[in-house]
Design a protein around this ligand. Sequence first.
Ligand code: ADP
Ligand code: ADP
Length: 232
Amino acid sequence: TSTAGLRNVVRIYRAVSGEVHALRGVDVDFPPGGITAIAGPSGGGKSTLLSILALRDRASAGTVTLFGTDVTEARDSTLKRLRRSSIAWVPQRPTHGLFPHLTAIENLYQTAQIRGRTGGLEPVAALDLLGLTHRADAPPSRLSGGEQQRLAVAAALTHAPDLVVADEPTAELDDGNAERVLQALTKVAAQGTTCVLSSHDPRALRRLPRVLHLRHGVLSAERSGSEPAEPR
Ligand code: ADP
Ligand code: ADP
């Protein structure tokens, strides 16, 4: 069974200028322990897809199944409980989910405690893995955007969630730190956590086994990330 499955998922935004069809019937499964990158042009629907997967937004039509449960019509309180217990969300600007009054290392201890799950990495080890040891005592507001993102990834490592959803997690990082993030995601995936990320970073797309393309709200046929981008 898959960690997450979307069936014919449609998302329509109502904007002043009219309806925006951000997702037009997306069908996809994310198997346990798999890492999937969603590539595609800006405006293609990546953020919308990730938000629905992370239970931060709802489909306008279609079915969303998470952890074996159909959550399409689930109550907000159910979605909130699932977000807390099972999902790590790594947005591009992770002000969300980081506690502003706690330092980086305290954030990790607090997250692990709130989530109430065992099997994750020890916070000191998670900070080290993401190259943040020297920033351990800084609060999130003193961290750069890339550091905040890596702290959110470190938080995901400490509580072994069922699903990590990350928006462009390597975009702002230098090669060394991009590599640290990819290794960290590979590590959690090896422990059974399902990882889904959006990316147009070639350093990430080259490395990942499964890359899907989302254009105009349509998810294209899958192909291996190691194949050339276009047939010659
Ligand atoms: P991506 O992440 O690939 O850049 P998005 O999911 O952010 O794509 O956007 C998909 C489409 O939906 C775009 O046309 C975007 O302008 C539109 N869109 C996104 N969010 C909203 C919103 N809250 N209201 C209206 N249109 C939106
Ligand atoms: P709500 O906003 O309804 O409280 P959220 O979905 O924002 O629920 O968060 C659910 C729980 O998960 C909260 O306890 C929050 O602190 C935590 N959380 C959210 N995002 C992250 C993250 N990136 N890293 C760690 N914990 C997070």
